[in-house]
Design a protein around this ligand. Structure first.
Ligand SMILES: O=c1ccn([C@@H]2O[C@H](COP(=O)(O)O)[C@@H](O)[C@H]2O)c(=O)[nH]1
Length: 474
């Protein structure tokens, strides 16, 4: 097979069936793009499906030694099926949600620990979907080191995956696909140049070189995040221009809703301790969720789970609070080990999931040691697509720019409360301590006018965020 000729034929077919569109589009993470790929339509075109699987076979798979194939759900599933038949290798199916009955398996099919699995995907941008599938397969003891892709958007996906030891081989990069379309007069040179500039602006090697996460903008960090909640939170922060999380540590449901009504437009996240509410009802949750939707903020239940996995799964799903049904994310101690993360992950499908792992605490005399912090970060690296970030106090605690540093213990003046809570200023946590999202509780809710106070915090935090991303830190 003359693969260049066939590749060009495929590019033209994809254009003709509207799998490639040019214009002004918004990506899943809320960013603008001049080109959009929708490869879901290919299932309606058997000739395109056949050409794709033949090309993937000939140019990317032939000669590779592997035991199984696994398509990233959903678009790549039929392609993986065709390939499995063509190359006579077994296929594995990764569920997006664990079954709620029976085996609760994430991976279907027959396999043995230590066997290798090749991943098949249609398009990669940040590489997060490939990474999620990789991590689920690795959890089962399978070896995953390669992914075969139809199109690499050249926005950092292959570099991110390489950092997780997954090598990417693609049929097209966005650059060569555009060249083919120009060559065959499908698009003009202006459209092509527009896409080239976009690739230059958004290509991630620049980002990868700048290892210091605190110098990157929240928009860029959203692209690098592999956890869906981290992506949403960073996008909200960038859109609303706020990195303030309000800790509504109030015991009356109506007081919580009143405060949120007044300050909702200024926050990106609300942090609850649901078990301190004396008049908790499911109506309260409905009102909380509708405020979150109206003002575009996420909900973090600061439950600080710390038991064995099985108990934590029950605490998260059951009881009167049913946290999994309404919280976008929860806080979790690393003390019991990685089982606690697996337990929360096994409950998925109930709500979009995020976990903030507690690496450090703001209280004086806490017992967390340097070794404990290092081991906590190691767990996080293993499960980075399940983690939204860390609750921590220092910029050196972790490096991964796709994770978020949530820092409590903040008031406008440095001080302490009567029980050892240590407060740093917005300037200090943003410029010295590396905070991304800053938690403020009593500084706002105990103020005479929370609606005035919230603006002071929001502005002080944002001013210092701008300072650090513009490189104007002293
Ligand atoms: O290390 C930690 C972890 C969590 N918190 C929580 O944050 C708020 C802080 O409230 P303030 O009124 O601003 O002190 C509170 O809900 C804590 O449970 C923390 O302070 N430190």
């Amino acid at each position: 097979m003359e693969s260049q000729h066939e590749l060009e034929e495929l590019a033209i077919k994809l254009y003709n069936i509207d799998a490639i569109k040019f214009g002004d589009f918004i990506t899943k993470t809320g960013l603008k793009t001049p080109v959009y790929f929708d490869l879901r339509v290919i299932v309606s075109y058997p000739d395109v499906m056949e050409l794709i699987s033949t090309l993937l076979h000939v140019t990317a798979i032939k000669g590779k030694d592997f035991d199984h194939l696994c398509g990233v759900p959903y678009t790549a599933l039929p392609i993986a099926t065709l390939l499995s038949v063509q190359v006579k290798k077994s296929m594995l199916l990764r569920r997006k949600e664990a079954k709620s009955y029976g085996t609760k398996k994430m991976i279907e099919g027959h396999y043995k620990v230590g066997e290798t699995c090749l991943i098949i995907e249609d398009v990669i941008t940040s590489g997060s979907s490939v990474l999620e599938t990789t991590q689920d397969l690795r959890k089962e003891g399978l070896k995953v080191n390669e992914a075969v892709i139809i199109l690499d958007r050249e926005q950092g996906g292959s570099e991110n995956l390489a950092r997780h030891e997954v090598q990417v081989k693609s049929l097209f990069t966005m650059t060569n696909l555009i060249e083919i379309l120009v060559k065959h007069n499908k698009i003009n040179i202006d459209t092509a140049n527009n896409v080239h500039s976009y690739i230059k602006e958004t290509h991630a090697p620049k980002i990868v070189k700048t290892q210091d996460r605190v110098l990157l903008s929240y928009e860029k960090r959203a692209e690098l995040a592999s956890n869906a909640v981290a992506k949403r939170l960073l996008t909200i922060m960038a859109t609303k221009k706020t990195n303030l999380c309000l800790s509504v540590d109030l015991t009356s449901a109506s007081n919580i809703l009143d405060v949120l009504e007044k300050v909702g437009e200024h926050i990106c996240l609300v942090k609850t301790h649901v078990d301190i509410i004396e008049d908790f009802t499911t109506d309260f949750i409905s009102s909380l969720k509708s405020l979150a939707k109206r003002f575009n903020f996420l909900i973090l239940e600061d439950r600080k789970y710390a038991d064995i996995g099985n108990t934590v799964a029950l605490q998260y799903l059951k009881g009167i609070y049913k946290v999994a049904e309404w919280a976008d994310c929860v806080t979790v101690h690393s003390l019991p080990g990685e089982g606690i993360i697996k337990a929360i992950a096994s409950c998925n499908g109930v709500n979009s999931q995020g976990i903030f792992l507690i690496a450090e605490m703001s209280s004086e005399g806490n017992l967390i040691t340097g070794d404990y912090i290092n081991e906590t970060v190691k767990i996080a690296e293993k499960y980075s697509s399940l983690l939204t970030g860390f609750v921590c106090q220092n910029r050196d605690t972790f490096k991964n720019p796709g994770l978020i540093q949530l820092t409590p213990g903040v008031q406008l003046e440095s001080s302490k409360d009567n029980f050892g809570q240590i407060y740093n200023t917005p300037e200090k946590v943003m410029l010295e301590k590396g905070a991304d999202v800053v938690v403020v509780g009593r500084g706002i809710i105990a103020a005479k006018s929370p609606e005035t106070e919230v603006i002071k915090y929001k502005e002080a935090l944002w001013k210092n965020y701008m300072k650090r991303v513009s490189g104007k830190m002293e």
